[in-house]
Design a binder for this molecule. Structure first.
Ligand SMILES: [Zn+2]
Length: 532
């Protein structure tokens, strides 16, 4: 491998990514994510900020055992008026057990004057001292030059002096940050090339934010100009519009350029799984249209596209989805005909002869359902059940006799307004009629709990299943006389399966029940359960 083409990846999901609204990693999340980043072949994993909070302290107190990745700790340069040896913040950073440290400092004169109120010359000494001290005390020390591009545009000489101070003090990497995310790719390319005349590219890194939607493009521009470390996060997690998304960054460098990413083909196939794992830990639905790894990234809907892709996938795919661990999806919809349905059959493992009369019957059935308001785009599990039921492959695991849901909105004993739901479900399962009651924080939650209470004793496979997403859409039917509700439910289990089902009815609870029933039936079918 030619060393000058090797690009190093620095993951900041656990530190910069954790700045995202609504994101709060536990120590266990940090360990699990570190292990999967290590399997992927990421070079550096920024574990957090020692001394900042108990979660980060617990993480650094017992580092996960990794194969190749180095865990770094993040912190600040020394304060003004203190020596590096006597700065408590720097001590917390350098005393932790990390394999390296990343120190953040300013490089924009405006920030030195305004935010720090420190003399500019003195601030250069702060950078030098802090870096020189860290180089002595840590296995590897690097410097993040905050607001470097804004600083460069405002006062080129001073911004360059800041990064040169860090480089001359021995920083392994000097990382140029587009902290406010406002710089464009042509500017990054030009400015990084100028910096690379003073600091060799194999010592330069890039850290971008996505405020103009250009974080990946900016990072690519920096690499073209010589930078050899790219900082970013999984799925572009990060405050405001996020950081550079490492997933498309890695895939693009590995599959479309002659740069070396230090990962083999097997590791690149982990990209999809690592991206989904992050969403799983954050309990959120993965973005369907994420480049390379999204569920729609290789989905084909139009009938013409589908038949072309069937002949040769290169007609509508920029890479083979398997290279990044993704897969092709053929989407069933009203616009498409036979070839979609047949392709979709193959995808779910059903081999059926083109001329089988069942195909025509199934196409008619899908079209009739779509006329009623069903949509199978994105509800693959319901489609699979529709097909397998039509072919007589799915038996009914239970039948519903009735359900009743009540909502109670009232003032409780503490004079707070509360709304509670209670569902009563009567099902027939294993030849017995069972009645169950459950309370929930909403009618669908109560219905789900009551239904599973009735079934879990007979089908313990349902124990680890949970709802992860619920979406409602009101449709105006062709007749225009009454509104129809379409509910999409995403479920997941502890084996990492995710599946989406759909239900339609004039009544929202009834539509939800239809989607819930499909969700449970699909899970039982996948588990190979036998109808009791
Ligand atoms: Zn950042």
């Amino acid at each position: 491998m030619s060393q000058d083409k090797r690009v190093y990846f620095y993951d900041s999901t656990l530190r910069d990514g954790a700045q995202t609204q609504g994101v709060d990693f536990s120590t266990a999340d940090k360990r699990t994510l570190s292990e999967s980043l290590d399997r992927l072949g990421i070079d550096y994993i920024e574990g957090g900020w020692p001394g900042a909070n108990p979660t980060d302290d617990a993480f650094f107190a017992e580092l996960p055992k990794l194969k190749t990745a180095k865990i770094t700790a993040f912190g600040m340069t020394r304060r003004s008026g203190r020596s590096a040896e006597n700065d408590p913040g720097l001590a917390a950073l350098l005393n932790c057990k990390a394999n390296g440290v990343c120190m953040v400092g300013k490089s924009w004169d405006f920030h030195v004057d305004l935010a720090l109120g420190v003399d500019r010359q003195e601030y250069l000494e702060i950078i030098s001292d802090s870096v020189a001290y860290a180089v002595k005390r840590s296995p590897e020390a690097m410097f993040d030059a905050e607001h470097f591009f804004d600083g460069y545009k405002n006062n080129r000489d001073y911004a360059l002096k800041c990064v040169e101070a860090a480089y001359e003090a021995g920083a392994r990497w000097v990382v140029l940050c587009d902290t406010n995310g406002g710089t464009l790719p042509d500017e990054v390319e030009r400015i990084v090339a100028e910096v690379a005349e003073r600091i060799p590219g194999e010592r330069l890194g890039i850290h971008c934010h996505n405020d103009t939607g250009n974080a990946v493009a900016n990072s690519l521009a920096a690499v073209r100009s010589g930078a050899r470390q790219v900082q970013g996060t999984l799925n572009g997690l990060g405050e405001r519009c996020g950081n550079t998304d490492l997933i498309p960054m890695i895939a693009t460098l590995a599959l479309k350029t002659d740069f070396e990413v230090g990962m083999d083909a097997r590791q690149l196939r982990e990209l999809t799984a690592v991206s989904r794992l992050l969403d799983e830990r954050l309990n959120r639905a993965p973005s369907r249209n994420a480049p390379y790894i999204g569920e729609s990234a290789f989905a084909h809907k139009g009938g013409l596209h589908v038949s072309a892709v069937e002949k040769d996938p290169r007609t509508y795919e920029h890479i083979d989805p398997a290279l990044v661990g993704n897969q092709r999806h053929v989407v069933v919809s009203d616009q498409s005909g036979r070839s979609n349905i047949l392709a979709r059959f193959r995808e779910i493992g059903i081999e059926i002869d083109d001329h089988d009369p069942q195909v025509a019957a199934l196409v008619e059935r899908v079209k009739a359902r779509e006329f009623e308001g069903y949509a199978y785009d994105g509800a693959e599990a319901s489609f699979e059940l529709l097909a397998r039921r039509a072919l007589g492959q799915v038996l009914e695991y239970f039948t519903l006799s009735r359900f009743r849901v009540m909502d109670d909105r009232r003032w409780n004993a503490r004079n707070e307004l509360v709304t509670e739901s209670e569902a009563t479900v009567t099902t027939e399962v294993a030849g017995q009629e069972v009645m169950t009651v459950a309370n929930g924080n909403g009618p669908v939650n109560a219905l789900d709990l009551a239904l599973r209470k009735a079934l879990v004793e007979i089908y313990p496979q349902l124990e680890d299943m949970r709802l992860t997403d619920y979406k409602v859409r009101i449709l105006t039917p062709q007749a225009g006389t009454r509104a129809i509700t379409r509910v999409m439910i995403e479920s997941a289990d502890s084996q990492g399966r995710h599946w989406t089902t759909v239900g339609v009815s004039a009544n929202i609870i009834d539509a939800s029940f239809n989607a819930l029933r499909d969700g449970i039936t699909w899970k039982l079918y996948q588990e190979g359960a036998k109808p009791a």
